[in-house]
Design a protein around this ligand. Structure first.
Ligand code: ADP
Ligand code: MG
Length: 764
């Protein structure tokens, strides 16, 4: 008897070998497969007549195979097939279509799906290039029992799960339908085989269907279900599953918030002395926004509960100085502060500027200088050991470092405050490890990010944090002039760079890869974003969502010629167009020392032009730099370009961002470049970025430890997210009296199990 937890290999038509393939996609049980939902549907109940097709639209067509041919064109073999309905026909073409030669027989019925184009050769007729297809079973053929699954109904289409059957056939949508149909038949024999997960009273109030009903209606929609609702995941069945998923997420976050409020932290004091300490290090007047935000932070720090605050502020808004002030509050109270940065370069930069800031003053509390320690992964062992020792013995007030800082080896004497810079680069899990570092009391935590996150999403992602926003730039900034150009105009660009350097300014030139010809190895920090844009390697492994599809189409646009790369161009420019200027090279494969040297030289003005990869993306601050050239800008994500552009325009001089494209630019890349030229507003750019990439990619799900949703989509389902949040806090606070004890217990039990399995976030 099937149950949700039954291993998938016991399901009819699956077996050992297929189960292995499915396991690679995370499908291990009957339940997993049931939650592999169709990503689109075909209306084979009311199929479109060929005569009603429109050029340019996506359409599904059912027709009879009239003829096929394999043509040998000069560039590639082309497979053609004519499909007809009565007198109307549509022509289909597949490039490199040898593999289709023996696939079809004249007279067979096929279902096609793809973009319809007007055929140039024959007036009034249509063609479809590389449509998806399914051969439909014949009424009297060996597969007649499946006719009702494939025809005369709304048919679900699934993302390919990978793998083949025992006899080598692909695990197509058709195969999945048959397997799923079988599963439903078996499950429905026994009532309660699919236990309900949302209390009945709640479902009733929200007018949502039960779990089994929802799943069935999504996989095998009844005739009459509006196609629009199906395609946008808006049927009651979809809404029910989405709600469930978000409800449990929000319930978990609610629980975390509640636990946090019960924890004990340090109540710092902010008396005159502390304020004096802050005042004496401030290099400028804080903006109103910086003052307000520091006020919010100070309020938190005074409370006996540990602070959990998210500080959002666009690039260049001046988060660092706010962080330093918070650090001084902790230090002047006799506690240590840890400041974590996502890269060594950034950690080093923070270290240098902290030393500059704090170097010439004495602490009013101790009458001695502040003690700052740098701890990054690539320091030599002895230095690291010494740094750890100082941190442990309390001989350091401010420890600045990268992840190395949070390794288990590091212990603080009395850690009072943890500051995490550029949080979007860190995992949720890492944040947790750090928070639990101290033994007696929970340190306060301030998380800073330059990724502007729409409020509802921030609440979900950082549901356990309070949020502050710096929504104002320091005075005296002139807007950055952003221009697009192509590789062909490179000489002009270099000429412009020379002119700026002659005027005493500095420039960055950024490349997507370190070495082009050799291996196209993307810079580590950048690997993730390359994947989103569909690098060769990545596109193959992720075709999971429709976003994955977009990435694949984008891939088609990539040119075959090697990318211009940082170290190659460094040589080329040094000998050629920028000869005579002082050039620096900075990328992730340099040793930590070399990186630091390169960065320091640029900071001091000893290099004019820094040729780099995206290692400089976050946080680097050199106010004299006024030009940011990004080569192969078509390859960069919006968030990245925005961050890179944020490296200039930090001083009073007029600054420029030049986006150079080399090779073909996809439609999506075009939209990104346009947006960059049009606006400098981080929130606006984030919104577009979110749309283009979807929330998982936008937040870097895999990196950030954000749950991968099975059904929900944080952008599409914002309204349901709000609803789920409301209902979750109501459930945690005082559930509906109509909800039974058993139901309540079941919800908590499920929450525990879910968070453990899916999010791995359950802690004591
Ligand atoms: P981000 O928020 O991107 O981390 P930074 O903290 O690096 O920004 O600040 C960007 C630049 O603005 C730095 O050079 C910093 O010294 C300067 N800055 C910050 N606040 C002010 C202010 N209130 N007045 C003038 N300059 C400021
Ligand atoms: Mg910063």
């Amino acid at each position: 008897m099937l149950e949700l937890s039954t291993p998938i290999k016991y399901v009819k038509r699956v077996g050992e070998r297929v189960a292995e393939a499915l396991a690679k996609r995370g499908v291990e049980t009957v339940e997993d497969l049931l939650y592999h939902l169709p990503f689109r549907y075909e209306d084979r109940l009311n199929p479109l007549p060929i005569s009603g097709l429109k050029a340019g639209a996506m359409a599904s067509v059912i027709g009879e195979v009239r003829g096929t041919a394999l043509l040998k064109t000069r560039s590639m073999p082309l497979f053609e097939m004519t499909v007809g309905q009565g007198l109307s026909t549509v022509k289909c073409m597949w490039f490199h279509g040898e593999y289709l030669r023996d696939k079809f027989r004249v007279g067979q019925m096929v279902a096609l799906y793809g973009r319809v184009e007007a055929s140039r050769s024959t007036a009034g007729r249509f063609k479809m290039i590389q449509p998806q297809f399914e051969i439909l079973p014949a009424q009297d053929g060996p597969e007649a029992e499946f006719v009702r699954l494939e025809m005369g109904r709304i048919v679900p289409v699934y993302e390919f799960l990978g793998g083949t059957t025992a006899w080598g056939a692909k695990l197509t949508s058709r195969w999945l339908r048959r397997v799923l149909w079988g599963i439903f038949e078996e499950l429905e024999e026994k009532t309660g085989a699919v236990p309900e997960t949302v209390p009945a009273a709640l479902l009733k109030r929200l007018k949502l269907p039960g779990r089994m009903e929802a799943l069935r209606s999504i996989h095998f929609p009844e005739a009459g279900t509006p196609m629009v609702e199906l395609m946008s995941a808006a049927t009651p069945g979809h809404r029910r599953l989405i709600f469930e998923e978000l409800f449990y997420l929000e319930l978990g976050l609610e629980l975390k918030r509640r636990r946090m409020r019960e924890r004990e932290g340090t109540a710092f004091v902010t008396n005159v002395k502390v304020r004096e300490a802050i005042k004496q290090v401030l290099p400028f007047h804080p903006t109103a926004a910086q003052k307000r935000v520091l006020g919010e932070i100070a309020d938190d720090m005074r409370k006996p509960q540990p602070m959990r605050r998210l500080l959002q502020g666009d690039v260049g808004s001046g988060k660092t100085i706010v962080a330093m002030q918070a650090a001084l509050v902790a230090i002047e109270n006799g506690y240590q502060t840890a400041l974590m940065a996502p890269t060594e370069i950034l950690a080093t930069q923070h270290y240098l500027s902290a030393r500059k800031l704090l170097g010439n003053v004495l602490s009013p509390r101790t009458g001695k200088p502040y003690r700052v320690t740098l701890l990054t992964g690539s320091l030599d062992e002895a230095t690291k050991r010494e740094a750890r020792g100082r941190i442990f013995r309390g001989e350091t007030d401010l420890a600045i470092g990268t992840h190395a800082l949070i390794e288990d080896k590091v212990d603080f004497e009395n850690l009072g405050l943890v500051i995490v810079d550029e949080q979007h680069r860190f995992g949720v899990q890492q944040r947790f490890r750090l928070m639990k570092k101290d033994t007696a009391l929970d340190p306060d935590v301030l998380v800073m990010t330059a990724t502007p996150i729409p409020r509802t999403l921030a609440l979900t992602l950082y549901g356990d944090l309070d949020a502050s926003v710096i929504d104002e730039l320091p005075p005296g900034r002139t807007p950055i002039v952003t221009r697009r150009t192509t590789e062909e105009r490179a000489e002009d660009v270099w000429g412009f760079v020379r002119k700026q350097v002659a005027a005493g300014r500095q420039a960055y030139i950024v490349y997507p890869v370190i070495e082009g010809a050799k291996d196209d190895q993307p810079e580590l920090d950048f690997a993730h974003d390359v994947e989103e844009q569909g690098s060769e390697k990545a596109a193959g492994k992720k075709a999971k969502t429709s976003k994955g599809k977009a990435a694949k189409t984008e891939k088609l646009f990539e040119s075959k010629k090697p990318l211009r790369a940082a170290s190659d161009m460094y040589e080329e420019l040094r000998k050629g167009a920028l000869a005579g200027l002082r050039l620096g090279l900075l990328h992730g494969r340099l040793s930590a020392d070399d990186k630091e040297v390169a960065m320091r030289r640029f900071q001091r003005g000893d290099t004019d032009v820094l040729i780099a990869t995206t290692v400089i993306e976050v946080g680097v601050d050199v106010p004299n730099a006024s030009v940011m050239v990004i080569e192969h800008a078509e390859r960069f994500g919006l968030a990245q370009m925005h961050q890179l552009r944020g490296r200039v325009g930090r001083g009073a001089a007029k600054s420029y961002c030049i986006l150079m494209t080399g090779g073909k630019v996809s439609e999506q890349a075009e939209a990104r470049l346009d947006a960059m030229v049009r606006t400098q507003n981080g929130f606006e750019l984030a919104e577009l970025d979110l749309q283009q990439r979807g929330p998982g990619e936008f937040f870097g799900t895999r990196q950030a430890g954000l749950p991968e949703f099975r059904v929900a989509n944080l952008i599409r389902d914002r309204a349901l997210l709000e609803l789920a949040k409301k209902e979750a806090s109501r459930f945690a606070e005082q559930p509906d009296p109509a909800i039974s004890h058993e139901e309540k217990d079941a919800v908590w039990a499920r929450l525990k199990q879910q968070w453990q399995r899916r999010y791995g976030l359950v802690e004591a």
